[in-house]
Design a protein around this ligand. Structure first.
Ligand code: SF4
Ligand code: SF4
Ligand code: SF4
Length: 309
């Protein structure tokens, strides 16, 4: 059972946060993850990407809640002079990397939410504003969100962004896997559909893994033998093929166990024994900091690197 933002604030404002805890622990614990193999996913073959940014444009066009950007702005290649992150006004970005094998052929990589199978953001959300759908998508309900931004701290890929510009109703923003418009109807996401180079393949995750492995087997000179996301963090819906080692294209080196496997038993113990929420926040905050992958570059490191370019 969920709770909306207004009810939550009302309860915290004096009618008793502890009563809320005792009433429905599921509000805090999140929903169980969906089956790894039955969900949908996408393979991104970075060796095919030419950096045309049609995927960014398609994402902006289909998500009507994003600020409108002029179609010609997606032809501006000066954006590649900096490494960009997903932001409140862009759910997906393409970055450019040097290719040590051939300096005339840079490597382009499209990033967005990985739609993890056992997502840390969903587990960290104390009011159930983020949910994992059975097709693989992570959805967000702004009416339940209380703006605590635990999802942002928990995400190992630093994906969720906060919409600071909107003072009245700020929201957490991130790729939706085009759930409402497309993937809930079995259609490929808008970015996948728009790509002229067929960089992305949409389908059942289990089939995609087979396709990716066949490509690696057939072209060992083209790909490193690693499908990123097959096992990382227990698996992600979006998986990547690359010619360069993944740490060279800003993917953090991660273990195979999902962060919620560590944090949820602690969460459940705390609720079972009615330990106050502040204790929970302190414990989970400390654990998230400890588990944070070391390969993820902070905003300040990224800015420093960009200024040195
Ligand atoms: S990449 Fe981050 S925001 Fe996306 S599902 Fe995983 S934990 Fe959540
Ligand atoms: S799946 Fe949809 S929301 Fe996500 S990056 Fe692609 S177009 Fe944007
Ligand atoms: S549309 Fe395809 S080729 Fe163009 S930047 Fe996006 S992923 Fe790369």
């Amino acid at each position: 059972m969920g709770i909306n933002r207004r009810d939550f604030i009302k309860q915290l404002a004096g009618i008793g946060g502890v009563a809320l805890l005792g009433k429905d622990v599921n509000v805090w614990a999140g929903e169980p993850a969906t089956s790894l193999h039955d969900s949908f996913g996408v393979i991104v073959d970075t060796t095919l990407c030419v950096g045309c940014r049609s995927c960014e444009k398609a994402c902006n066009q289909i998500n009507q809640d994003l600020p409108r950007k002029a179609p010609q702005s997606y032809k501006d290649n000066s954006v590649f002079e900096k490494r960009r992150r997903m932001a409140a006004d862009s759910y997906t970005v393409v970055n450019r990397y040097n290719n040590p094998e051939d300096s005339d052929k840079p490597v382009y990589v499209k990033f967005q939410c990985m739609h993890c199978t056992d997502p840390a953001c969903v587990s960290a959300c104390i009011v159930g504003a983020l949910t994992k759908e059975s097709n693989g998508a992570i959805r967000y309900d702004p009416w339940k969100c209380i703006g605590c931004r635990y999802c942002m701290a928990a995400c190992p890929f630093q994906v969720p962004a906060y919409e600071y510009n909107n003072a009245m109703t700020p929201q957490v923003r991130k790729c939706t896997f085009c759930f409402e418009q497309r993937t809930s109807k079995g259609k490929a996401p808008a970015c996948v559909q728009a790509c002229p180079m067929e960089v992305m393949t949409f389908g059942k995750r289990r089939e995609l893994i087979k396709i990716a492995k066949r490509r690696i087997e057939k072209h060992p000179d083209r790909y490193i033998p690693h499908l990123y996301g097959e096992h990382e963090l227990g698996g992600t819906s979006w998986m990547y093929l690359s010619s360069l080692p993944f740490e060279k294209i800003d993917f953090p080196k991660l273990g195979y166990v999902s962060p919620p496997s560590y944090t949820e038993p602690i969460q459940h113990t705390i609720f079972k024994h009615f330990i106050p929420p502040l204790t929970l926040f302190a414990v989970l905050g400390g654990l998230m900091w400890f588990l944070k992958p070391k390969g993820v570059k902070s905003e300040s490191v990224l800015e420093e690197e960009n200024s040195e370019k």
